[in-house]
Ligand binder design. Structure first.
Ligand code: PLP
Length: 460
């Protein structure tokens, strides 16, 4: 519920204590001004002034069931009273049940679950499993990807967040996965782009020496990097290359998994079955930190007689697993995955395509379910991004102006480089969503101003 009485003084105190002691992720500490949040419910949160925002970001794309779902909150309270914590080497009801429910949803024979605290450590462990399984050192990973902030995961990441931490010794080789919109000079159709990407991947593999490569890791649909739906045949092609050269195929579903795509997993849209699949975020909507690796029979067999060399104090934490059990039950009972599919097909997709007709700043609309991106451009002909790659300060003004316009009208937008993503909770109501899309529509005129300015006032 909205707080009975706004309390700006309390907000200022929270903010001051935060600035005195909290060291924030990915930030120049002296240049940030974190908004003080008083509460959150469903698809909205509010500040201490009582201003409410519709959250089109789902936090960091993790509150798939929205904030404070009463059944999941109650399940966490029950679990806390029953067994708040227990070491990982024991069989615990919440942990066993969460693993069973996840295995039931994951594709193919991904029937064993290794639990972690989040997405990055899930990626770390998937790669370790692949290396031990194959006895090979290298991993191939896509540019335009994000796999997490820890040592191996950040080295696998293809975006600028890697640059400062790149050890150059992590055994990672990057390649260009499909992205037709920005490989227009090589491929004209999705089919040609799929062929280009598969040929490029195989060449990369051959020149690296397949006997040195343990795994290929891909986000099924890259999230932070821009929600690029892989063309038909691409994931099947990667699967075939992995089989041909004896590599482990890892799909990272940390962001795309658990309903966001309008299916339980993005892999379901493509009938893709990896050897290992990482997950986190939506597994329990981030109510308690949890991630993991879903493991196929083939990889699990490697560790039947041989110990798996890895573990975490909080692997399969009872509170996190209790939250996952309740989340997965709620998602099934309330038809949340189907709702996400409906919203994507009947509300978000049509609305964004309609905006693209009217806003010269929209270069491309991509997505599915509640997982959409608007690729904003200075010029539709050249597809030049609205802001330069990794822009900051005044160079980033067009995106900053857009975000400020949305926030003024009560919408919290997801902004990354020259893109805004429409990634609200899967549970957002149709009415809330339409309201948010109207604000987005209006805020895009702030982006258009820069596109129009870039074209000498002519529009596009
Ligand atoms: N993999 C993907 C695809 C992600 O989107 C993220 C986070 O956004 C991660 C891994 C890292 O997850 P975490 O931040 O929980 O470590």
């Amino acid at each position: 519920a909205v707080p009975a009485r706004p309390d700006p003084a309390a907000g200022r105190a929270v903010h001051a204590t935060d600035r005195a002691h909290v060291f924030h992720s990915w930030s120049a500490q002296g240049k940030i001004d974190p908004p003080a949040v008083a509460g959150a419910e469903g698809s909205s949160f509010w500040d201490y002034e009582g201003k409410r925002y519709l959250d089109f970001t789902s936090g960091l794309v993790f509150t798939n069931i929205g904030y404070a779902h009463p059944k999941v909150v109650a399940a966490i309270q029950e679990q806390a009273a029953k067994m708040c914590t227990f070491a990982p080497a024991f069989a615990i009801e919440a942990r066993a049940e969460a693993a069973r429910l996840i295995a039931e949803r994951t594709p193919g024979d991904l029937d064993k679950i290794f639990f972690t605290n989040g997405g990055a450590d899930a990626v770390e462990h998937a790669i370790r499993m692949a290396r031990v399984h194959t006895g090979r050192p290298k991993v191939l990973s896509a540019y335009r990807s994000y796999h997490g902030g820890t040592e191996q995961a950040i080295n696998l990441t293809g975006d600028p967040r890697r640059w400062a931490s790149d050890t150059g010794t992590a055994g990672v080789v990057h390649f260009h996965a499909p992205h037709l919109y920005r490989t227009q000079f090589y491929a004209q159709t999705e089919e040609e782009e799929c062929e280009r990407a598969l040929a490029h991947l195989e060449q990369t593999l051959v020149y690296e020496g397949p006997h040195t490569v343990a795994a290929v890791i891909l986000e099924t649909i890259p999230g932070t990097a821009g929600i690029m739906m892989p063309p038909p045949g691409y994931l099947a092609g990667v699967r075939a290359l992995c089989d041909k050269y004896g590599l482990v195929f890892v799909l990272d579903e940390v962001m795309a998994g658990f309903g966001r795509t309008g299916t339980w997993f993005a892999a379901d849209l493509y009938d893709a079955v990896p050897d290992l699949m990482t997950f986190a975020k939506g597994v329990n909507s981030g109510y308690v930190p949890l991630g993991g690796v879903a493991i196929s029979e083939k990889i699990a067999a490697t560790f039947e007689d041989r110990p798996y060399p890895g573990g975490l104090t909080y692997s399969g934490h009872p509170l996190a697993c209790g939250a996952a059990v309740a989340t997965l039950q709620v998602m099934a009972e309330e038809g949340i995955v189907e709702h996400a599919a409906h919203l994507g097909e009947h509300v978000i997709g049509p609305a964004l395509r309609d905006m693209a007709e009217r806003h010269p700043s929209i270069g491309e609309v991509r997505g599915t379910g509640v997982f959409w991106a608007l690729d904003l451009v200075r010029d539709r002909e050249t597809r030049e991004p609205l802001v330069p790659y990794n822009a900051t300060g005044p160079d980033n003004a067009p995106m900053a102006d857009f975000a400020a316009a949305a926030k003024r009208n009560g919408l919290w937008p997801f902004v990354n480089m020259n893109r805004t993503h429409v990634v609200p909770p899967c549970t957002i109501t149709e009415a809330e969503l339409k309201e948010g899309l109207e604000v987005l529509d209006e805020a895009l005129t702030a982006a258009d101003a820069h596109t129009t300015a870039a074209l000498g006032g002519a529009g596009a």
